[in-house]
Design a protein around this ligand. Structure first.
Ligand code: ASP
Length: 450
């Protein structure tokens, strides 16, 4: 059995939806389909999810939201008209307006419930269309199917373990195509909760893991994952095969083809993930696996991401003070701040973390606590990009760090942090944000020798 997930660009209009349905019907193993909300039809278009966010924000601000709701409904009307399934529209409209006009007590819960309607309406529409063409299909309601989540931060859902058993029951429904809305689930109290943006990938992964699929197909609009962002380098090297670990590192540092959190559910059950192109279905795509069968190059990919900062803590004889690091880390955990890297020296330790979580308010609290409780010096730098070179084949091969570092130094890029774990699967460089894209290009040129 294959679980197939289609992204927003694959569902942007009636023509794309027809393509998606043809892909699904071309292989009878494709039994479960996960859909995103309709995405952009053209470069300047707006995704349905963004229109819905505008609806919710207008209502929360006490403003009229008629124009925004009208724009969302117009998207579904256009699709339904072209697919000759106008009869589905009253149902979609009713569901959407019920959610939009509902009483709300919490802004965040309201925003999540409205945001989720892009996927929900799309799944209803696609199921209806498939059935209308003689292929029985069923819309799956995440609440009825038991896709339970919890969250303690807006738009950042975490799956509850029982979800896997609940969704496993779907594999018995073999006489009908199941169409599942991506991006959201419900809390145990029935509240709609969304994942972070791009989260339909996570729904697909959870479903594939739950039903024990043979493969999780993630359909998007590129033939492959590339070794580097194609907006930075022309015709980059295609990746035909990559491990979950490599993909996780690259997603962390800015690869956006797949949501970072979509990797774990299928990885944990050893299910391969195939990224494929809706607009070119015969292309093999990129296969993400536990163990690679071949290596096309020493380095698999290079990625860069801005938005990091460093907190550097110094204290004379720090290395001799038992428990210093534990006390330092406790301050961050007390303030619920997660830490990404901890490069250290003898008398200094640097904490690298994402700026979006380390707000200026948190910075003031943490700096004060470090000074008072640890009697140490602290400096904060909010200008850091992380550039990663990733590749399992690099393990035990000599000289890559030397080549990378000298290419960066020849390009005049100052390296603020260098980090390589003993697993040798990745190397991390910290550079000033303004050098992020340039550093990625320089490294690609050196390591892929184009
Ligand atoms: N529609 C949501 C978004 O635009 C989720 C997704 O497409 O995966 O982020």
């Amino acid at each position: 059995m294959k679980v197939t997930k289609f992204g927003g660009s694959s569902l942007a209009n009636a023509f794309q939806i027809q393509k998606v349905c043809n892909i699904l019907l071309a292989d009878e193993d494709r039994k479960i389909m996960v859909v995103s909300a309709p995405g952009k039809r053209t470069k300047d278009d707006t995704k349905v999810t963004d229109l819905l966010i505008a609806v919710a924000k207008a209502r929360l601000a006490g403003e009229s939201y008629d124009k925004e709701v009208g724009a969302v409904l117009a998207r579904y009307e256009e699709i339904a008209d072209e697919l000759n399934i106008e009869r589905v529209l009253p149902d979609i409209e009713e569901r959407l307006l019920n959610i939009v006009k509902a009483d709300y007590t919490e802004d965040i819960a309201y925003l999540d419930s409205v945001k989720a309607m892009g996927e929900d309406c799309c799944a209803r529409l696609v199921a209806y269309y498939l059935t209308s063409t003689g292929h029985p299909a069923k819309y799956c309601n995440p609440e009825e199917c038991g896709l339970y989540l919890e969250h303690d931060e807006a738009g950042k859902a975490v799956i509850l373990p029982e979800t896997y058993d609940n969704l496993a029951k779907l594999k018995d429904e073999t006489d009908v195509i199941l169409v599942f809305p991506g991006f959201y689930g419900v809390s145990k109290t029935g509240k709609i909760i969304t994942f972070s943006r791009g989260g339909s990938d996570i729904t697909g992964s959870i479903l594939a893991a739950s039903v024990g699929a043979d493969v999780y197909e993630n359909w998007t609009d590129v033939d492959n994952v590339f070794a580097v962002n194609p907006n930075l380098v022309k015709n980059p090297f295609p990746i035909t095969e990559i491990t979950y670990d490599e993909m996780r590192e690259l997603s962390y540092a800015g690869f956006t083809v797949l949501h970072e959190e979509a990797i774990y559910p299928v990885f944990a059950r050893g299910i391969p993930l195939n990224i494929k192109n809706t607009n070119n279905p015969t292309a093999k795509g990129t296969l993400i696996v536990s163990k690679r069968t071949h290596y096309d190059s020493l380095v698999t990919g290079i990625a860069g991401d801005k938005g990091f900062c460093t907190v550097t803590v110094s204290k004379y004889m720090m290395n001799r003070q038992v428990g210093f690091l534990a006390a330092l880390l406790k301050i961050f955990s007390d303030e619920a701040i997660s830490i990404d890297h901890i490069p250290s020296g003898i008398d200094t330790v640097t904490i690298v973390l994402r700026k979006k979580y380390f707000t200026e308010e948190k910075e003031a609290i943490i700096v004060k606590r470090i000074k008072e409780e640890l009697e140490a010096d602290v400096s904060v730098d909010r200008d850091l990009a992380i550039v990663m070179i990733v590749g399992e084949a690099m393990a035990n091969s000599v000289g890559i760090m030397a080549r990378a570092a000298s290419a960066l130094s020849n390009a005049g890029i100052n390296l603020r942090i260098v980090n390589q774990g003993a697993s040798e699967i990745s190397m991390m460089f910290g550079v000033s944000e303004s050098y992020c894209s340039y550093a990625v290009r320089v490294l690609y040129k050196e390591l892929f020798r184009y």
